[in-house]
Design a protein around this ligand. Structure first.
Ligand code: UP5
Ligand code: MG
Length: 190
Protein backbone atom coordinates (compact mmCIF):
# COMPACT_ATOMS: atom_id res chain seq x y z
CA UNK A 1 0.00 0.00 0.00
CA UNK A 2 1.22 3.54 -0.78
CA UNK A 3 2.49 5.53 2.14
CA UNK A 4 0.20 8.29 3.41
CA UNK A 5 1.05 11.74 2.11
CA UNK A 6 1.38 14.70 4.41
CA UNK A 7 1.35 18.46 3.92
CA UNK A 8 2.49 20.39 6.97
CA UNK A 9 0.67 23.71 7.45
CA UNK A 10 2.65 26.27 9.45
CA UNK A 11 2.24 29.93 10.37
CA UNK A 12 1.75 32.14 13.40
CA UNK A 13 -1.20 32.02 15.79
CA UNK A 14 -4.18 33.42 13.87
CA UNK A 15 -2.44 33.20 10.50
CA UNK A 16 -5.50 31.27 9.25
CA UNK A 17 -4.17 27.72 9.21
CA UNK A 18 -7.40 26.11 10.39
CA UNK A 19 -9.62 28.31 8.21
CA UNK A 20 -7.71 27.54 5.03
CA UNK A 21 -7.36 23.83 5.86
CA UNK A 22 -11.18 23.53 5.95
CA UNK A 23 -11.35 24.91 2.42
CA UNK A 24 -8.59 22.59 1.16
CA UNK A 25 -10.52 19.65 2.66
CA UNK A 26 -13.64 20.66 0.72
CA UNK A 27 -11.93 21.05 -2.63
CA UNK A 28 -9.13 18.50 -2.52
CA UNK A 29 -10.38 15.81 -0.13
CA UNK A 30 -7.55 15.96 2.37
CA UNK A 31 -8.07 14.98 5.99
CA UNK A 32 -7.35 17.88 8.35
CA UNK A 33 -5.36 17.03 11.47
CA UNK A 34 -4.80 20.10 13.63
CA UNK A 35 -2.16 19.18 16.22
CA UNK A 36 -3.67 21.82 18.53
CA UNK A 37 -7.18 20.34 18.13
CA UNK A 38 -5.85 16.81 18.76
CA UNK A 39 -4.11 18.00 21.93
CA UNK A 40 -7.20 19.88 23.14
CA UNK A 41 -9.37 16.79 22.51
CA UNK A 42 -6.87 14.58 24.36
CA UNK A 43 -6.83 17.02 27.28
CA UNK A 44 -10.64 17.02 27.42
CA UNK A 45 -10.88 13.24 27.21
CA UNK A 46 -9.70 12.62 30.76
CA UNK A 47 -6.36 11.23 29.52
CA UNK A 48 -3.47 10.78 31.97
CA UNK A 49 -1.62 13.42 29.93
CA UNK A 50 -4.50 15.90 30.27
CA UNK A 51 -3.05 18.05 33.05
CA UNK A 52 0.34 18.25 31.41
CA UNK A 53 -1.18 19.23 28.03
CA UNK A 54 -3.35 21.84 29.75
CA UNK A 55 -0.33 23.41 31.44
CA UNK A 56 1.63 23.67 28.22
CA UNK A 57 -1.26 25.13 26.24
CA UNK A 58 -2.13 27.69 28.94
CA UNK A 59 1.51 28.82 28.94
CA UNK A 60 1.72 28.94 25.15
CA UNK A 61 4.48 26.31 25.28
CA UNK A 62 5.01 23.33 23.02
CA UNK A 63 3.92 19.95 24.33
CA UNK A 64 6.63 17.20 24.32
CA UNK A 65 6.61 15.53 20.93
CA UNK A 66 6.04 11.99 22.15
CA UNK A 67 2.48 12.97 23.03
CA UNK A 68 1.76 14.95 19.86
CA UNK A 69 3.22 12.50 17.38
CA UNK A 70 1.32 9.63 19.00
CA UNK A 71 -1.97 11.52 18.55
CA UNK A 72 -1.16 12.41 14.95
CA UNK A 73 -0.17 8.84 14.08
CA UNK A 74 -3.27 7.43 15.78
CA UNK A 75 -5.51 9.76 13.76
CA UNK A 76 -3.67 8.86 10.55
CA UNK A 77 -4.10 5.14 11.15
CA UNK A 78 -7.81 5.61 11.89
CA UNK A 79 -8.46 7.52 8.67
CA UNK A 80 -9.84 5.83 5.56
CA UNK A 81 -8.36 8.61 3.43
CA UNK A 82 -4.58 8.70 3.43
CA UNK A 83 -3.70 12.30 2.54
CA UNK A 84 -3.33 14.65 5.43
CA UNK A 85 -2.98 18.31 6.27
CA UNK A 86 -1.02 18.32 9.51
CA UNK A 87 -1.77 21.80 10.86
CA UNK A 88 0.45 23.53 13.43
CA UNK A 89 3.17 20.87 13.53
CA UNK A 90 6.20 20.51 13.60
CA UNK A 91 6.70 23.75 15.51
CA UNK A 92 10.14 23.28 17.09
CA UNK A 93 13.25 21.08 16.83
CA UNK A 94 11.88 18.60 19.36
CA UNK A 95 8.78 18.17 17.13
CA UNK A 96 10.88 17.83 13.98
CA UNK A 97 13.22 15.24 15.50
CA UNK A 98 10.31 13.31 16.99
CA UNK A 99 8.49 13.23 13.67
CA UNK A 100 11.60 12.17 11.76
CA UNK A 101 12.51 9.40 14.14
CA UNK A 102 8.99 8.11 14.71
CA UNK A 103 7.48 8.50 11.24
CA UNK A 104 10.57 7.65 9.19
CA UNK A 105 9.42 5.44 6.32
CA UNK A 106 5.77 5.71 7.39
CA UNK A 107 4.70 8.89 5.54
CA UNK A 108 5.74 11.10 2.62
CA UNK A 109 5.99 14.79 3.42
CA UNK A 110 5.00 16.43 0.13
CA UNK A 111 5.52 20.06 1.08
CA UNK A 112 5.06 22.68 3.77
CA UNK A 113 2.33 25.28 3.29
CA UNK A 114 3.54 28.41 5.05
CA UNK A 115 0.84 30.94 5.88
CA UNK A 116 2.73 34.22 6.16
CA UNK A 117 0.88 36.87 8.16
CA UNK A 118 2.14 40.02 9.94
CA UNK A 119 1.97 39.86 13.73
CA UNK A 120 -0.39 42.84 14.05
CA UNK A 121 -3.00 41.06 11.92
CA UNK A 122 -2.50 37.76 13.82
CA UNK A 123 -3.07 39.64 17.09
CA UNK A 124 -6.18 41.39 15.79
CA UNK A 125 -7.69 38.08 14.63
CA UNK A 126 -6.94 36.15 17.79
CA UNK A 127 -8.25 39.00 19.96
CA UNK A 128 -11.49 39.02 18.02
CA UNK A 129 -11.77 35.24 18.22
CA UNK A 130 -11.10 35.30 21.97
CA UNK A 131 -14.57 36.79 22.50
CA UNK A 132 -16.17 33.51 21.44
CA UNK A 133 -13.52 30.76 21.18
CA UNK A 134 -13.37 29.66 24.82
CA UNK A 135 -9.71 28.79 24.17
CA UNK A 136 -7.66 29.15 27.34
CA UNK A 137 -4.71 30.43 25.31
CA UNK A 138 -6.64 33.26 23.60
CA UNK A 139 -5.63 35.93 26.12
CA UNK A 140 -3.07 38.75 25.85
CA UNK A 141 -0.38 37.12 27.97
CA UNK A 142 -0.50 33.66 26.37
CA UNK A 143 -0.84 35.14 22.90
CA UNK A 144 2.39 37.06 23.47
CA UNK A 145 4.12 33.79 24.43
CA UNK A 146 2.66 31.98 21.40
CA UNK A 147 3.94 34.72 19.08
CA UNK A 148 7.41 34.55 20.67
CA UNK A 149 7.41 30.77 20.42
CA UNK A 150 6.44 31.00 16.79
CA UNK A 151 9.24 33.50 16.05
CA UNK A 152 11.96 31.70 18.03
CA UNK A 153 11.05 28.03 17.54
CA UNK A 154 8.81 27.61 14.47
CA UNK A 155 10.42 30.03 12.01
CA UNK A 156 13.69 27.99 12.15
CA UNK A 157 11.68 24.87 11.23
CA UNK A 158 10.20 26.66 8.21
CA UNK A 159 13.75 27.71 7.27
CA UNK A 160 14.91 24.11 7.64
CA UNK A 161 12.31 22.97 5.11
CA UNK A 162 13.05 25.96 2.88
CA UNK A 163 16.62 24.71 2.51
CA UNK A 164 15.14 21.46 1.22
CA UNK A 165 13.00 23.36 -1.31
CA UNK A 166 9.81 22.10 0.32
CA UNK A 167 8.11 25.36 1.35
CA UNK A 168 5.20 26.95 -0.51
CA UNK A 169 4.53 30.39 0.94
CA UNK A 170 1.19 32.16 0.85
CA UNK A 171 0.57 35.63 2.22
CA UNK A 172 -2.45 35.25 4.48
CA UNK A 173 -3.25 38.80 5.54
CA UNK A 174 -6.10 39.39 3.04
CA UNK A 175 -9.67 38.18 3.31
CA UNK A 176 -10.34 34.44 3.48
CA UNK A 177 -11.31 33.98 -0.17
CA UNK A 178 -8.39 36.01 -1.52
CA UNK A 179 -6.01 33.91 0.58
CA UNK A 180 -7.65 30.70 -0.58
CA UNK A 181 -7.21 31.71 -4.24
CA UNK A 182 -3.47 31.54 -3.56
CA UNK A 183 -3.59 28.51 -1.27
CA UNK A 184 -5.38 26.35 -3.83
CA UNK A 185 -2.66 26.99 -6.41
CA UNK A 186 -0.31 25.04 -4.14
CA UNK A 187 -2.52 21.95 -4.43
CA UNK A 188 -3.17 21.94 -8.17
CA UNK A 189 -1.24 19.34 -10.17
CA UNK A 190 2.13 20.64 -11.47
N1 UP5 B 1 -9.51 34.42 10.19
C1 UP5 B 1 -8.82 33.42 9.57
N2 UP5 B 1 -8.44 33.81 8.34
C2 UP5 B 1 -8.87 35.09 8.19
C3 UP5 B 1 -8.77 36.04 7.13
N3 UP5 B 1 -8.15 35.76 5.97
N4 UP5 B 1 -9.30 37.27 7.32
C4 UP5 B 1 -9.92 37.59 8.49
N5 UP5 B 1 -10.07 36.72 9.53
C5 UP5 B 1 -9.54 35.49 9.38
O1 UP5 B 1 -8.01 31.84 12.35
C6 UP5 B 1 -7.90 32.65 13.49
C7 UP5 B 1 -9.08 33.64 13.53
O2 UP5 B 1 -8.95 34.52 12.44
C8 UP5 B 1 -10.44 32.97 13.37
O3 UP5 B 1 -11.38 33.67 14.14
C9 UP5 B 1 -10.74 33.11 11.88
O4 UP5 B 1 -12.12 33.14 11.61
C10 UP5 B 1 -10.06 34.40 11.54
P1 UP5 B 1 -7.58 30.31 12.37
O5 UP5 B 1 -7.89 29.76 11.04
O6 UP5 B 1 -8.13 29.65 13.57
O7 UP5 B 1 -5.99 30.49 12.52
P2 UP5 B 1 -4.90 29.47 13.00
O8 UP5 B 1 -3.66 29.83 12.25
O9 UP5 B 1 -5.39 28.10 12.93
O10 UP5 B 1 -4.74 29.98 14.51
P3 UP5 B 1 -4.54 29.15 15.84
O11 UP5 B 1 -4.85 30.11 16.95
O12 UP5 B 1 -5.27 27.88 15.81
O13 UP5 B 1 -2.99 28.89 15.76
P4 UP5 B 1 -2.00 28.38 16.83
O14 UP5 B 1 -0.85 27.90 16.08
O15 UP5 B 1 -1.72 29.41 17.87
O16 UP5 B 1 -2.86 27.27 17.60
P5 UP5 B 1 -2.79 25.70 17.61
O17 UP5 B 1 -4.15 25.21 17.89
O18 UP5 B 1 -2.07 25.19 16.44
O19 UP5 B 1 -1.88 25.44 18.89
C11 UP5 B 1 -2.35 25.88 20.17
C12 UP5 B 1 -1.37 25.41 21.23
O20 UP5 B 1 -1.32 23.99 21.27
C13 UP5 B 1 0.09 25.85 21.04
O21 UP5 B 1 0.33 27.15 21.49
C14 UP5 B 1 0.81 24.81 21.88
O22 UP5 B 1 0.71 25.09 23.25
C15 UP5 B 1 -0.01 23.55 21.59
N6 UP5 B 1 0.55 22.76 20.48
C16 UP5 B 1 1.65 21.96 20.75
O23 UP5 B 1 2.17 21.94 21.86
N7 UP5 B 1 2.17 21.20 19.76
C17 UP5 B 1 1.66 21.18 18.49
O24 UP5 B 1 2.18 20.45 17.64
C18 UP5 B 1 0.54 22.00 18.22
C19 UP5 B 1 0.01 22.79 19.22
MG1 MG C 1 -5.70 26.55 14.35
Amino acid sequence: MAKPSVVFVLGGPGAGKGTQCSKIVQEFGYVHLSAGDLLRAERNSGSADGDLIDRYIKNGEIVPVAITVRLIEKAMIASPVQKFLVDGFPRNHDNLNGWNSHMEGKANVKFVLFMDCPFDICIERVKKRSQTSGRKDDNDETLRKRLNGYKNDTVPIIQHYEKQGLVRTVTSSDNVDAVYDRVRQCFLPD
